[in-house]
Each structure stands twice: as structure tokens, then as C-alpha cells.
Design a protein around this ligand. Sequence first.
Ligand code: IDP
Ligand code: MG
Length: 137
Amino acid sequence: MEQTLSIIKPDAVKKGVVGKILDRFETNGLRIAATRKMQLSQADAEAFYAVHSHRPFFKDLVEFMISGPVVVSVLEGENAVLKNRELMGATNPKEAAAGTIRADFAESIDANAVHGSDSLENAKIEIEFFFSKREIC
Ligand code: IDP
Ligand code: MG
């Protein structure tokens, strides 16, 4: 049993597809162990995406992530990290496989609807960034 962190990004929250995206997780064997809607601060977004701080798109990424509320969730299930990445589809929605969340709900590589942890190690760090132990059940 694994846990992974999901973020429904501001573009998808604005579009009103939070329920549709959470349904994809539940329908595909990922249980919602914790979830919260919140507005990230600039410091939150910079800290969360610190690994990308040297990338040319970092400033735009932070600006986008604070442009409106997000929905953060802990997803739990067998192979949850990889399963969530498969459900999400490729980073660039134009390259995302048909039927994936990004293919169906995202417009561009900047506004690409969802974040998902890319490894079990990063999942642990990202979950701790957003949730206390007693919020995950
Ligand atoms: P991921 O979200 O599929 O794991 P990462 O490479 O970890 O992709 O990048 C984090 C986020 O940064 C992406 O989801 C996307 O929003 C943004 N991003 C990545 N590459 C680019 C780019 O080349 N231009 C603009 N934004 C990018
Ligand atoms: Mg990533």
C-alpha cells in the first residue's frame, strides 16, 4: 500500500472539474485519505517547487500555482505513485494519452490541471508538507 500527493491546480479548480478529477482517482482504486481546498502563498509555492527553482519556467509556475485555490489530497492504494502518474498523463497535455486527466482537462504545459508525486520518497516529503498525521485517515 502506497500513499502519494495530488494537487488539483488552479486551472482545474476554476473550471469546476474537482469532482470529476477526484472521481477518476476513486474509480481507479485510489482512496482519498485526506483532502483540502486551500490558497497557496508565494512562499508555499516556492518551497513546494524548490527542486525546479533553477528552471526557466519557475517564476511562471509559482505565479500560476498561486493564481487561485488548489485542492491537495493524499491518495492511497497499491502502486499509488505510479498509478496516479498514469491517470494524470504526460506533463504536456498535447502529449498526454487519450483518457488521461491532462488530456481531458488541461490546456497547456503551464496550466496542466494536476500535480502528482514522482517517487515514493518525494511523496512522503510532499505529504508532510501539506498534512499532519491526524488529517490522514
Ligand atoms: P510533472 O508535473 O509532470 O511532474 P515536472 O517536470 O515536475 O512535471 O514540472 C512541474 C511543473 O512545472 C509541470 O507540471 C508544469 O506545470 C511546469 N512545467 C514543466 N515544464 C515546463 C515547461 O517547459 N514550461 C512551462 N512549465 C513547465
Ligand atoms: Mg514533477
